[in-house]
Design a binder for this molecule. Structure first.
Ligand SMILES: [Zn+2]
Ligand SMILES: [Zn+2]
Length: 148
């Protein structure tokens, strides 16, 4: 039985009509529908620099304060559920949780143009205590990512 990597409850999978007619292998989801609902995708209006969701498409207050704001795109709001996810993934070292964001990240990366992906390195002490880099965890196993 397949279980949700986040909550460990059994996954209820059902074949959609589109999957049936595609006549190929069906990849089961990694997380259940309730856990998917815990994530808040950033959609609609957002800051053009940092990607923070807001009610306008103007620079957010943080980016207005910084002289040279970063250009960043986030997939999800960093809310209480995302903080809980990061706590469990990064700080409790639950490496299986990398799968929660892998597909969404892979889809988002297909929509961007870039030459190379370079995960931000982590400190040696973090590597020794955590045992993995959270970003390479999200990228590992994807066709577009290869460790050199
Ligand atoms: Zn779940
Ligand atoms: Zn901003």
């Amino acid at each position: 039985m397949t279980v949700c990597v986040w909550c460990q409850r059994p996954l209820k999978t059902s074949l959609t009509l589109a999957q049936f007619w595609r006549w190929g292998p069906v990849t089961p989801p990694d997380i259940c529908v309730p856990c998917q609902g815990r994530l808040s995708p950033i959609s609609g209006q957002h800051c053009p620099h940092c990607g923070r969701q807001q009610t306008t498409c103007q620079l957010c207050q943080d980016c207005q304060r910084w002289d040279q704001p970063l250009v960043n795109r986030a997939l999800y709001c960093y809310d209480a559920e995302m903080k809980a996810y990061m706590q469990q993934y990064k700080f409790q070292g639950d490496y299986a949780l990398r799968r929660v964001l892998q597909r969404a990240l892979a889809t988002a990366l297909t929509q961007l143009t870039y030459d190379i992906l370079v995960p931000i390195p982590i400190a040696q002490s973090t590597w020794q205590s955590r045992g993995f880099n959270q970003v390479t965890g999200w990228l590992t196993g994807q066709a577009y990512y290869q460790v050199l």
